[in-house]
Design a protein around this ligand. Sequence first.
Ligand code: HEM
Length: 398
Amino acid sequence: MSSLYANYDPTKAIVQADPYPYYAYLREHEPVKYIPEMNAYAVSRHSDVQAVLRNHEQFSSGPLIQLAFGDFNPAPDSPYLLASDPPDHTRLRNLVNKAFSKRMLDSKRTEIVAIVKQLLDEASENEEFDVIEEFSSPLPVHIIGQIMGIETEMRADFRRWSNNVTAGGNAAALTDAQRAEMRQDTEDFRDYFLKRIAEVRKKPEANLISDLVQAEEAGDKLTADEVLAMCVLLLIAGNETTTSLISNAIICLRDFPEQEKIARADRSLVPNMTEEVLRYLSPIQFLFRQSISETQVAGVTIPKDATVLAMYASANRDESVFKNADQLDVRRENLRQHTAFGWGIHMCVGRALGLLEGELALNHMFDRFKTIEITQEKIEWCDAFYLRGPKNLKIRCR
Ligand code: HEM
């Protein structure tokens, strides 16, 4: 393979256009690559990515907090699950697992299905529509809003807050007016949630905010600021990722029409198809860790305090684990090995919800539409260099 791909720098437009040949080159020739432009080490093979993610004592999640929020952090005094290490992480994770449970999801299923149907009803009033604008972007926000018990009249504000809070990591690109608006939204978000937290503390309700307030482990509970931080994180972690899962699935239908036929003919394969889309086009391509002390990965020395990229998306195309890794295969058997939800102690809290949303979206689109055709010529990928999903996606459904 050409050494053109040796110059891997994920912030370059040429890499963002198609990072996968770079990943293949790195896995084969430089499984731990120093990227001078980022002062970071990219780890690309499946076994090494898993090893880094498992070894949380050596590789800290601390740097992730800045990535998510930049200057706009609605709960600055509280540790965030995603960016914490044990023992903080263990405590927060046990408490969130109690609230974000299978039982909670099952109890919300009817409402989740209703949201999928309603959004598709509205979107498909026109034969041609932008599936991100009309469906895959509002879907996870409405669903998490429903799960949290956000009142219907607050939905529009909640969606704007969610979008703004998520954009916080890209603060450098904002105008003064946008920064002022985001600062206001961050405060409004905080005030609203603290008010709701106080309400459900007095009088418990059947929703996630209330479950987070009630969650208890060995006499320990989350403080109001910790509940707030958890709600913010659930938005940040769950929205854009699920949007990309659904949008990427539609790109996969275009690129692998024979796989669409197979899944339409045997709907029991739709859950597998959802996981396979996550493997093939991972919404989070990589995330960051920081080395606690000097260490070795694949024979390369990584110094203390270095930034390490755990490349989930590259691990997911590793031929030593996934045969014909560059092909979508809805019958693939070892999908449990994919790392699109991470691995180890930080493995995605919302995995079951994300999968459910992806499956419902695909099944309901298959029910309604005989054909789903992408009508725009060129796909523009989102700006955040560690994410992968289209910015817009015009489709025609019949
Ligand atoms: C379907 C698309 C999704 C993808 C691809 C995805 C991916 C990931 C990945 C890769 C991680 C690991 C981060 C790390 O290693 O540091 C993670 C963690 C997390 N995800 Fe997801 N996620 C998805 C959906 C969701 C949803 C729907 C929610 C909740 C509403 C959610 C909540 C979280 C949380 C709270 C964490 C932090 C867990 C921890 O640090 O212990 N995710 N996700």
